[in-house]
Design a protein around this ligand. Structure first.
Ligand SMILES: [Zn+2]
Length: 76
């Protein structure tokens, strides 16, 4: 197996260690993933603040988890 950079996480450097980088990677992936608006189904649904998700299409707003609307626990 050859060495490969972890894509967008390469800039994080090595000083944080592999464990933290793995956790960051998990959160990063969740934040970047697209999700549909529960109200209108628009994929522009996004997080506007910690725990607040909003759909610019229909102005549907919902309080959710800090990192994902599913309230799924993310260990940091
Ligand atoms: Zn919507």
């Amino acid at each position: 197996m050859g060495r490969r950079k972890e894509g967008s996480l390469a800039g994080l450097g090595v000083k944080y260690g592999a464990t933290l980088r793995k956790r960051y990677s998990k959160v990063f992936r969740i934040l970047k993933s697209k999700r549909a608006c529960p109200s209108c189904g628009s994929h522009k649904f996004k997080r506007v603040a910690i725990g607040i998700w909003e759909c610019p299409n229909c102005n549907f707003k919902v309080a959710g988890g800090a990192y994902d609307i599913s309230l799924e626990q993310v260990e940091l």
